[in-house]
Design a protein around this ligand. Sequence first.
Ligand code: FES
Length: 236
Amino acid sequence: MPETPRSRPPGAAPKARPGKAQEGGAANPKAASAAKKPTARRRRPTPRRRAAGTRPKRPAGARPKRPVRRRKAGKKVSRRDFTALAVGWSMFTAAMAVGLTTVGRFLFPNVLTEPPSSFTAGFPDDFAIGVVDTRFKERYQVWVVRDEEKIYALSTICTHLGCTPNWLEAESKFKCPCHGSGFYITGINFEGPAPRPLERVAVSLAEDGQLLIDKARLFKFEAGQWEDPASFLAMT
Ligand code: FES
């Protein structure tokens, strides 16, 4: 009587069928035993395992050595590198120059140097009668004039809005280029918007006999100050 799956104890291998066992088992016993044994599954070696098989084993804890790069002796600088270096250094130098200039300006600020308010203008005989001496106009803003009786000095500041008039020898007058005010050789205004005469400055004799002109002292005609002996040097 054939064995049914129900009558087989648990864990027991099924018995070969009588018919088939006779066919395979009798003809090829090896094949029959191979068919009985469970086949072991072969694992394919991975590239890592393959490499591990050929690579020499490293002691535990040792770090792999990195290949040492050695610079080539006498390596030439390329044109691109040279240009980049030149541009970099130029910018660095320019920045340093600007910084140093700023610091220098901070440490040594501009100082306005003005000429002194008083100065010697030469000996009285150096001035001709009826002549306006313009030598001191640029530096000291003063004209020196000599007439029959005295030497006086006029401020070159127009009494309208402060421009600097010019002495016109041919017309014997001071003419302001800004708005056309005109002044006689005495400094009295006679044309244009200037509201009053030019101002005079103090004139005296220095110890060496030269004219000493002091711009710190001003004399106004409208205030009657031109009569002040300090406003002129008498020549009579
Ligand atoms: S400033 Fe001289 S005329 Fe106006």
